[in-house]
Design a binder for this molecule. Structure first.
Ligand SMILES: C[S@@+](CC[C@H](N)C(=O)[O-])C[C@H]1O[C@@H](n2cnc3c(N)ncnc32)[C@H](O)[C@@H]1O
Length: 356
């Protein structure tokens, strides 16, 4: 049997700092509950969660209410009351004014709405509908929106083997242009935040997005695509073993326990090779980990049982250096390798362009 919509029924109008509701009282410093039963207790918990979710909406609507009536500046008070800085408060008011109440989805967070606030209302609806239907996290919504940006003009700088401080999407775009002129479609099986693409690529791209903070989600080791069903598969698998999921790199790029990463990358490469019709691009980072040189590029070669068609290196001026490292024992890493594989042989010859 479905439960009634959860709500806290106010026992009396709220006094400053106190919210007395049917079953208890919420003050600035705690929750005082009457001797309520388990269902009521559970409803209170869920209602509190809703209050937490709705707070930024409430702050925004409250600020706008005063602004529309010309009741003067409340931002100074509000900064102290809500513990938010001026910019965050302005953002609450901006999102509340940009996304009218009838468009707000109660199954999506305030941050989902903030992501689409700059769009026209119809466009907002389109993205919010897609996010709600697919259960997208904010990160997933951001990546899909980024992937849908209008395409800038193609970039025609020559591709160099050592790409110094060149943005990743430009390198990817150049690799596709030079090595895969005969490709029309690409599948990015590790799309993450969509950082491989800026719209300048010559192929139509499908993104496989898996939020590293979620257990479920698509897996690049078991793709829902037929054999040879996409021209080029592009992969940028997690390259750090044992990066805590909370650590900056682990949280952003995903991680696997040491000893497991090799198998994950190998399986992902084999699966990508199965699905690719023309070829494969894999980005890896050879680096020192656990006092040993880890040649991830060899994992890829071994998984596919062949040498690459070519390699391109992304080189950055700076390396990330952990302050915990004391004496330097190996080169700090400042780059990655793009391994390029084609299925039709190893000769660098002219190929018919997919589009004239
Ligand atoms: C190095 S990051 C890729 C970053 C991406 N190229 C970008 O620019 O945003 C690796 C990505 O692989 C994803 N990932 C990790 N394991 C996966 C799996 N088994 N299947 C699909 N994606 C996975 C992570 O969620 C992460 O987004």
């Amino acid at each position: 049997m479905s439960r009634p919509a959860r709500q806290l029924r106010l026992a009396k109008p709220p006094a400053a700092g106190v919210l007395t509701f049917d079953g208890g009282t919420l003050t600035r410093v705690g929750l005082d509950l009457d001797d309520i039963g388990v269902e009521h207790w559970s409803d209170v918990g869920r209602a509190l969660a809703d209050i937490g979710q709705s707070l930024r909406w409430a702050i925004g609507d409250w600020l706008l209410f005063g602004e529309h009536r010309d009741w003067g500046d409340k931002y100074t008070d509000a900064q102290a009351w809500f513990g938010l800085d001026y910019k965050s408060l302005r953002n609450c008011a901006y999102v509340a004014s940009a996304v009218e109440v009838s468009r707000r989805r109660d199954n999506l967070s305030w941050t989902h709405h903030a992501e689409v606030a700059a769009f026209e209302p119809d466009e907002q609806d389109r993205w919010l509908d897609r996010a709600a239907k697919n259960g997208w996290t904010v990160r997933e919504l951001r990546a899909w929106m980024k992937g849908a940006k209008p395409k800038p003009l193609p970039v025609h700088t020559p591709l160099l083997r050592f790409c110094q401080n060149l943005p990743t999407p430009i390198i990817v775009s150049q690799i596709l242009r030079v090595y895969f002129p005969d490709a029309e479609t690409a599948l990015d099986t590790t799309a993450g935040d969509g950082g491989f693409w800026d719209g300048s690529e010559s192929v139509s791209v499908t993104l496989l997005i898996r939020d590293p903070l979620r257990e479920d989600g698509p897996d690049f080791r078991d793709l829902d695509w037929d054999d040879a069903s996409v021209d080029v598969v592009v992969m940028d698998p997690p390259h750090l073993a044992d990066a805590g999921a909370d650590a900056i790199m682990g949280g952003r790029f995903g991680t696997y326990p040491d000893g497991h990463l090799e198998e994950v990358i190998r399986d992902g490469c084999r699966e990508a090779w199965r699905v690719a019709r023309v070829g494969l691009i894999v980005k890896v980072t050879d680096h020192v980990h656990g006092a040993r040189y880890v040649l991830e590029s060899d994992w890829v070669r071994n998984a596919l049982g062949r040498e690459p068609f070519d390699e391109v290196y992304q080189v950055r001026n700076d390396a990330m250096i952990d302050p915990k490292w004391e004496e330097q024992l190996s080169a700090y890493n400042n780059g990655s390798t793009f391994l390029i594989f084609r299925k039709d042989g190893d000769r660098h010859i002219q190929r018919t362009k997919a589009t004239a």
